[in-house]
Design a protein around this ligand. Structure first.
Ligand code: G1P
Ligand code: ZN
Length: 543
């Protein structure tokens, strides 16, 4: 065993995005790339000496090698202990839970979330702070700053740790504790939901299909749904995590989870369908013949959470990211709950939850969660839906219809234009940004613009500020267009166009969303020239 200080130089472009540092796997496999970033994390948090960390990820290609490097670096940096998921596996919410449960000094998650995995696809590294949540901007900025000055990193030369089964071992002076990745998470779920009621639901013949998309949620969903809740074997499909996700794009949306969509749209479909992403923090839910948009899902969960034992006392408040539809705002107003609108990315919810201002949070990008951890949580959302279905004894379709009748419907869609030439994307955004001040009062497609701005946010807890978080054009009556550049893409620039139109009802609640949004979609093209200027006749992904 030998402690090495390896000389290195700064590598350009190690700036964490919306959720950690994501790059092509081959980039991460390049000389010193992973090592520089990990050392920058340790340096930015004041060193690793005497500290305890959690380590795990979604099992994608290169995870095993990366986990061993990080363990050897943690040991060389004087860490006291690292708690690792067996096989280097941990879903993102399970990692958040372990950080909180064992009060560690943070954790490192190996994942590029919903991006495809493999030698030619994506890899990612994310640091979470002791509250269990993604590092806030101040920390990611400090990490990035360190990557620009780094001159050396520490790494122990030693044999690999054995991550094949639970147990305690040593690497140098550091303890490596390998844990079952599922057990503590499943136990937490049992404290939040009425497992008895859900067990009865399954026993009564309720049928479900959970598509784990060959990603990390497979073992979690199998243990919780099939083993603990008695759902029939085979309820979980694509349940074994694979390094390349079996070639699937592990993003639970109608485009990438098309197998599940096809199954759920059949006449004899299961009662409930759900899918999760690469690292288990996203979810999509469906009923028989019914797709539930993520923004609507958040609103329904907020309106019904009190039906689950963990939320029986009511919610403290709710938060959504700015581009997420205002459906949950209507629930908050009706229930007299405080509501917050934050920039995109889960890291902005952490302070609100730590300060006990909100219980439930969500994003339009298939993510919702609560203060049980500090990450969004795919299986948690599925279980809350199951708890609600078990208590209300209605179908998903009936629950949605009832919700829209009561609150009105926020028709919503996101159009992604992926991997655009970065300068073209910047020009499209820049031109619109420059015109924002002139837009209010003008009319497009018969709709009057009431306000237009570049979203900025001041955190109400610590006063930190975030600017440039998305161009927002609001029309009279609440219809909305939002444009922003993705902070998780790894190729060129991806423009996300978010479209929303509110219909109060009782007429017009059952339209097809793209049809209901047609005037807003036309207005977006008139205002931005996005299709014409990018040379794309249609978006790559519509959710
Ligand atoms: C995307 C989503 C965002 C989410 C993030 C991480 O980020 O839009 O809501 O928090 O992935 O899952 P984006 O690529 O838009 O920056
Ligand atoms: Zn994810």
């Amino acid at each position: 065993m030998h402690l090495n200080q390896v000389a290195t130089q700064p590598i350009e472009g190690q700036k964490p995005g919306t959720s950690g540092l994501r790059k092509k796997t081959k980039v991460f496999m390049g000389p010193h790339y992973l090592e520089n970033f990990v050392q920058a994390i340790f340096d930015a948090i004041g060193g690793a000496t005497g500290k305890t960390f959690v380590l795990g990820g979604d099992g994608r290609y290169f995870s095993h090698e990366a986990a061993q490097v990080i363990l050897r670096m943690a040991a060389a940096n004087g860490a006291a202990k690292v708690i690792v998921g067996q096989g280097a596996l941990l879903s993102t919410p399970a990692a958040s839970n372990l950080i909180r449960l064992f009060r560690t000094d943070g954790g490192i998650i190996l994942s590029a979330s919903h991006n495809p995995g493999g030698h030619d696809e994506d890899f990612g590294v994310k640091f979470n702070t002791p509250n269990g949540g993604p590092a806030p901007e101040a920390v990611t900025e400090a990490i990035f700053a360190r990557t620009k000055t780094i001159q050396q990193y520490g790494i122990l030369e030693t044999v690999d740790a054995d991550l094949s089964g639970p147990g305690v071992q040593r690497m140098g002076d550091m303890v490596v504790e390998v844990v079952d990745p599922v057990a503590d998470y499943a136990a937490l779920m049992e404290t939040l939901f009425d497992f008895g009621a859900i067990r009865e639901l399954f026993a009564s013949g309720f049928r479900m299909r959970f598509d784990a998309m060959n990603a990390v949620t497979g073992p979690y969903a199998t243990e919780v749904l099939e083993n603990r809740l008695g759902a029939p074997k085979g309820t979980v499909v694509h349940g074994a995590p694979l390094p390349d996700f079996g070639g699937m794009h592990p993003d639970p949306n109608p485009t990438w989870a098309h197998e599940l969509i096809a199954e759920m749209m059949q006449a004899d479909a299961p009662d409930f369908g759900a899918a999760s992403d690469g690292d288990g923090d996203r979810n999509m839910v469906l009923g028989r013949g019914v797709y539930v948009s993520p923004s609507d899902s958040l609103a329904v969960l907020a309106a019904n959470a009190h039906l689950a034992p963990g939320y029986a006392g009511g919610l403290k408040g709710v938060a959504r990211s700015m581009p997420t539809s205002a459906a949950v705002d209507r629930v908050a107003d009706a229930m007299g709950l405080p509501k917050y609108e934050t920039p995109t990315g889960w890291k902005f919810f952490g302070n609100l939850m730590d300060a006990d201002r909100v219980t439930l949070c969500g994003e339009e990008s298939f993510g919702n969660g609560s203060d049980h951890v500090r990450e969004k949580d795919g299986l948690w959302a599925v279980l809350l839906w199951l708890n609600i279905l078990a208590v209300r004894k209605q179908s998903v379709g009936e629950i949605m219809a009832d919700h829209w009748n009561r609150y009105g419907r926020n028709y919503y869609s996101r159009h992604d234009y992926e991997a655009l030439d970065a300068s073209t994307a910047n020009v499209i955004m820049g031109d619109l940004r420059a015109r924002l001040d002139t837009l209010p009062g003008s009319t497009v497609e018969g709709m009057r613009i009431s306000s237009a701005d570049d979203f900025a946010y001041t955190d109400p807890v610590d006063g930190s500020q975030a600017t440039g978080q998305g161009l927002r054009i609001v029309f009279d009556g609440g219809s909305r267009i939002v444009l922003r550049i993705s902070g998780t893409g790894t190729e060129g620039a991806t423009i996300r166009l978010y479209l929303e139109r509110y219909v109060a009802g009782p007429e017009g609640l059952g339209e097809e969303p793209q049809k209901a949004l047609a005037p807003v979609i036309r207005a977006a093209e008139t205002l931005t020239g996005l299709r014409e200027r990018s040379g794309r006749s249609e978006p790559d992904v519509v959710t």
